[in-house]
Design a binder for this molecule. Structure first.
Ligand code: KIV
Length: 243
Protein backbone atom coordinates (compact mmCIF):
# COMPACT_ATOMS: atom_id res chain seq x y z
CA UNK A 1 0.00 0.00 0.00
CA UNK A 2 1.13 3.55 -0.78
CA UNK A 3 -0.53 6.89 -0.17
CA UNK A 4 -1.45 9.05 -3.14
CA UNK A 5 -3.44 12.24 -3.33
CA UNK A 6 -4.00 12.90 -7.03
CA UNK A 7 -4.67 11.42 -10.47
CA UNK A 8 -1.07 11.51 -11.71
CA UNK A 9 0.59 9.60 -8.89
CA UNK A 10 -2.33 7.27 -8.23
CA UNK A 11 -2.11 6.15 -11.87
CA UNK A 12 1.63 5.52 -11.60
CA UNK A 13 1.26 3.53 -8.36
CA UNK A 14 -1.68 1.54 -9.70
CA UNK A 15 0.11 0.61 -12.92
CA UNK A 16 3.28 -0.28 -11.02
CA UNK A 17 1.36 -2.89 -9.05
CA UNK A 18 0.55 -1.71 -5.52
CA UNK A 19 -2.37 -3.66 -4.05
CA UNK A 20 -3.92 -0.67 -2.38
CA UNK A 21 -3.81 3.13 -2.48
CA UNK A 22 -4.58 5.17 0.61
CA UNK A 23 -5.79 8.72 0.23
CA UNK A 24 -4.31 9.50 3.63
CA UNK A 25 -5.12 12.52 5.73
CA UNK A 26 -1.33 12.93 5.68
CA UNK A 27 -2.23 15.11 2.70
CA UNK A 28 -2.66 17.88 5.27
CA UNK A 29 1.09 17.75 5.83
CA UNK A 30 2.48 16.43 2.53
CA UNK A 31 0.28 18.41 0.11
CA UNK A 32 -1.13 21.30 2.14
CA UNK A 33 1.95 22.08 4.24
CA UNK A 34 0.34 21.89 7.70
CA UNK A 35 2.33 20.64 10.69
CA UNK A 36 -0.31 18.04 11.70
CA UNK A 37 -3.10 16.11 9.98
CA UNK A 38 -5.80 17.92 11.97
CA UNK A 39 -6.78 20.76 9.58
CA UNK A 40 -7.75 18.73 6.50
CA UNK A 41 -11.50 18.78 5.88
CA UNK A 42 -13.98 16.17 4.70
CA UNK A 43 -14.57 18.18 1.52
CA UNK A 44 -10.84 18.18 0.78
CA UNK A 45 -10.54 14.43 1.40
CA UNK A 46 -13.44 13.87 -1.01
CA UNK A 47 -11.86 16.17 -3.62
CA UNK A 48 -8.57 14.23 -3.50
CA UNK A 49 -10.34 10.86 -3.27
CA UNK A 50 -12.19 11.62 -6.52
CA UNK A 51 -8.94 12.34 -8.35
CA UNK A 52 -7.32 9.13 -7.12
CA UNK A 53 -10.31 6.93 -7.95
CA UNK A 54 -10.39 8.33 -11.51
CA UNK A 55 -6.85 7.02 -12.09
CA UNK A 56 -7.09 3.60 -10.49
CA UNK A 57 -7.97 0.50 -12.52
CA UNK A 58 -7.10 -2.32 -10.13
CA UNK A 59 -5.87 -1.30 -6.66
CA UNK A 60 -8.17 -1.09 -3.63
CA UNK A 61 -8.72 2.60 -2.82
CA UNK A 62 -9.12 3.57 0.83
CA UNK A 63 -9.91 7.16 1.89
CA UNK A 64 -9.09 8.47 5.36
CA UNK A 65 -11.83 9.97 7.48
CA UNK A 66 -10.37 13.28 8.69
CA UNK A 67 -10.23 14.51 12.27
CA UNK A 68 -13.68 15.29 13.70
CA UNK A 69 -15.56 13.70 10.82
CA UNK A 70 -16.40 10.56 12.86
CA UNK A 71 -15.55 11.18 16.53
CA UNK A 72 -18.82 12.95 17.44
CA UNK A 73 -21.25 10.05 16.97
CA UNK A 74 -21.89 6.86 15.01
CA UNK A 75 -24.53 8.75 13.03
CA UNK A 76 -22.02 11.44 12.06
CA UNK A 77 -19.52 8.77 11.01
CA UNK A 78 -22.04 6.93 8.82
CA UNK A 79 -23.16 10.17 7.17
CA UNK A 80 -19.60 11.27 6.40
CA UNK A 81 -18.25 7.85 5.40
CA UNK A 82 -21.32 7.50 3.18
CA UNK A 83 -20.42 10.77 1.46
CA UNK A 84 -16.85 9.59 0.92
CA UNK A 85 -17.93 6.29 -0.64
CA UNK A 86 -20.74 7.82 -2.70
CA UNK A 87 -18.90 10.89 -3.99
CA UNK A 88 -15.43 9.44 -4.57
CA UNK A 89 -16.26 5.87 -5.59
CA UNK A 90 -13.57 4.59 -3.18
CA UNK A 91 -13.72 1.02 -1.90
CA UNK A 92 -13.38 1.70 1.83
CA UNK A 93 -12.71 4.27 4.52
CA UNK A 94 -10.05 4.34 7.23
CA UNK A 95 -10.39 5.75 10.72
CA UNK A 96 -8.05 5.95 13.70
CA UNK A 97 -8.72 3.93 16.84
CA UNK A 98 -9.45 0.40 18.01
CA UNK A 99 -11.59 -0.17 21.10
CA UNK A 100 -12.71 3.47 21.32
CA UNK A 101 -14.08 3.31 17.77
CA UNK A 102 -15.60 -0.18 17.92
CA UNK A 103 -19.21 1.11 17.97
CA UNK A 104 -18.46 3.31 14.98
CA UNK A 105 -16.80 0.47 13.05
CA UNK A 106 -19.88 -1.68 13.79
CA UNK A 107 -22.22 1.10 12.68
CA UNK A 108 -20.34 1.56 9.42
CA UNK A 109 -20.51 -2.20 8.85
CA UNK A 110 -24.28 -2.11 9.32
CA UNK A 111 -24.35 0.62 6.65
CA UNK A 112 -22.29 -1.67 4.36
CA UNK A 113 -19.23 0.57 4.46
CA UNK A 114 -15.93 -1.36 4.69
CA UNK A 115 -13.59 0.04 7.34
CA UNK A 116 -9.84 -0.15 7.82
CA UNK A 117 -8.81 0.73 11.39
CA UNK A 118 -5.53 2.34 12.49
CA UNK A 119 -3.83 1.78 15.85
CA UNK A 120 -0.47 2.50 17.47
CA UNK A 121 0.69 6.04 16.82
CA UNK A 122 -2.45 7.88 15.77
CA UNK A 123 -1.59 11.21 14.13
CA UNK A 124 -5.08 12.59 14.84
CA UNK A 125 -4.33 12.14 18.58
CA UNK A 126 -1.25 14.38 18.35
CA UNK A 127 -2.60 16.76 20.99
CA UNK A 128 -3.34 13.90 23.41
CA UNK A 129 -0.03 12.14 22.74
CA UNK A 130 1.95 15.35 23.14
CA UNK A 131 3.64 15.03 19.75
CA UNK A 132 3.96 12.95 16.60
CA UNK A 133 6.28 10.04 16.11
CA UNK A 134 6.21 8.42 19.54
CA UNK A 135 6.61 4.62 19.49
CA UNK A 136 3.64 2.88 21.12
CA UNK A 137 4.78 0.09 23.45
CA UNK A 138 1.74 -0.82 25.60
CA UNK A 139 1.35 -4.37 24.28
CA UNK A 140 -1.86 -5.34 26.11
CA UNK A 141 -3.59 -2.13 25.09
CA UNK A 142 -2.50 -2.57 21.46
CA UNK A 143 -3.68 -6.21 21.41
CA UNK A 144 -7.02 -5.20 22.93
CA UNK A 145 -7.41 -2.43 20.34
CA UNK A 146 -6.53 -4.78 17.48
CA UNK A 147 -9.03 -7.42 18.65
CA UNK A 148 -11.72 -4.80 19.25
CA UNK A 149 -11.29 -3.48 15.70
CA UNK A 150 -11.43 -6.99 14.23
CA UNK A 151 -14.44 -8.01 16.35
CA UNK A 152 -16.25 -4.84 15.31
CA UNK A 153 -15.79 -5.78 11.64
CA UNK A 154 -12.72 -3.90 10.39
CA UNK A 155 -11.38 -5.69 7.30
CA UNK A 156 -7.75 -4.62 7.87
CA UNK A 157 -5.66 -2.77 10.40
CA UNK A 158 -2.87 -0.22 10.07
CA UNK A 159 -0.15 -0.60 12.73
CA UNK A 160 1.86 2.62 13.05
CA UNK A 161 5.12 2.95 15.01
CA UNK A 162 4.92 -0.25 17.04
CA UNK A 163 7.95 -2.38 18.01
CA UNK A 164 8.28 -5.23 15.51
CA UNK A 165 7.86 -8.07 18.01
CA UNK A 166 4.58 -6.60 19.32
CA UNK A 167 3.38 -5.97 15.74
CA UNK A 168 4.26 -9.61 14.95
CA UNK A 169 2.23 -10.92 17.88
CA UNK A 170 -0.73 -8.69 16.97
CA UNK A 171 -0.60 -9.95 13.37
CA UNK A 172 -0.43 -13.59 14.52
CA UNK A 173 -3.43 -13.10 16.79
CA UNK A 174 -5.74 -11.71 14.07
CA UNK A 175 -7.54 -13.19 11.07
CA UNK A 176 -7.58 -9.82 9.25
CA UNK A 177 -4.42 -8.44 7.58
CA UNK A 178 -2.22 -5.87 9.31
CA UNK A 179 -0.49 -3.15 7.26
CA UNK A 180 2.56 -1.73 9.00
CA UNK A 181 4.33 1.62 8.91
CA UNK A 182 7.28 1.65 11.26
CA UNK A 183 6.04 -1.67 12.65
CA UNK A 184 8.61 -4.09 11.20
CA UNK A 185 8.48 -6.97 8.73
CA UNK A 186 6.04 -9.27 10.52
CA UNK A 187 2.94 -7.33 9.44
CA UNK A 188 0.88 -8.80 6.60
CA UNK A 189 1.64 -5.81 4.36
CA UNK A 190 3.40 -2.45 4.41
CA UNK A 191 2.38 1.14 3.75
CA UNK A 192 4.51 4.22 3.11
CA UNK A 193 3.63 7.79 2.27
CA UNK A 194 4.13 7.98 -1.51
CA UNK A 195 6.12 11.25 -1.72
CA UNK A 196 8.34 10.13 1.20
CA UNK A 197 9.34 6.81 -0.39
CA UNK A 198 10.01 8.55 -3.70
CA UNK A 199 12.53 10.84 -1.99
CA UNK A 200 10.46 13.98 -2.57
CA UNK A 201 10.11 15.05 1.05
CA UNK A 202 13.50 16.54 1.81
CA UNK A 203 14.55 16.55 5.43
CA UNK A 204 12.03 13.89 6.57
CA UNK A 205 14.02 10.75 7.34
CA UNK A 206 12.51 8.76 10.21
CA UNK A 207 14.10 5.36 10.89
CA UNK A 208 11.21 3.44 9.31
CA UNK A 209 11.43 5.27 5.98
CA UNK A 210 13.36 3.88 3.04
CA UNK A 211 13.69 6.21 0.08
CA UNK A 212 13.33 4.11 -3.07
CA UNK A 213 13.94 7.11 -5.33
CA UNK A 214 15.65 10.51 -5.42
CA UNK A 215 12.91 12.51 -7.08
CA UNK A 216 13.53 15.73 -5.15
CA UNK A 217 17.10 15.83 -6.47
CA UNK A 218 15.97 15.05 -10.01
CA UNK A 219 13.19 17.65 -9.91
CA UNK A 220 15.58 20.26 -8.57
CA UNK A 221 18.09 19.55 -11.34
CA UNK A 222 15.40 19.54 -14.06
CA UNK A 223 14.03 22.92 -12.97
CA UNK A 224 17.51 24.47 -12.64
CA UNK A 225 18.40 23.20 -16.15
CA UNK A 226 15.15 24.62 -17.55
CA UNK A 227 15.69 28.04 -15.97
CA UNK A 228 19.29 28.14 -17.21
CA UNK A 229 18.38 27.09 -20.75
CA UNK A 230 15.49 29.56 -21.06
CA UNK A 231 17.65 32.40 -19.74
CA UNK A 232 20.55 31.35 -21.98
CA UNK A 233 18.37 31.12 -25.10
CA UNK A 234 19.06 27.39 -25.56
CA UNK A 235 15.41 26.43 -25.06
CA UNK A 236 13.25 26.30 -27.10
CA UNK A 237 15.50 25.26 -29.98
CA UNK A 238 14.41 24.66 -33.57
CA UNK A 239 13.25 21.10 -32.71
CA UNK A 240 10.77 22.50 -30.19
CA UNK A 241 9.43 25.28 -32.42
CA UNK A 242 6.76 25.29 -35.13
CA UNK A 243 8.18 26.47 -38.51
O1 KIV B 1 -2.56 9.43 6.46
C1 KIV B 1 -1.73 8.56 6.18
O2 KIV B 1 -0.91 8.71 5.27
C2 KIV B 1 -1.72 7.34 6.98
C3 KIV B 1 -0.65 6.34 6.71
C4 KIV B 1 0.65 6.81 7.22
C5 KIV B 1 -0.99 5.00 7.22
O3 KIV B 1 -2.55 7.17 7.81
Amino acid sequence: MLTAYDYLWAGIFDQAGVDSILVGDSLAMVVQGHSTTLPVTLEQMIYHGEMVVRAVRRALVVVDMPFMSYQVSVKQAIRNAGRIIKQTGADAVKLEGGAIQSETIRGLGRADIPVMAHIGMRPQAVRQLGGMGKIQRQEQQLLDDARAAEDAGAFALILELIPEDIAGRITASLAIPTIGIGAGPRCTGQVLVGPDMLGLNEGFRPRFLKEFGELRKQADKAVRDYVEQVRGGEFPGAEHSHQ
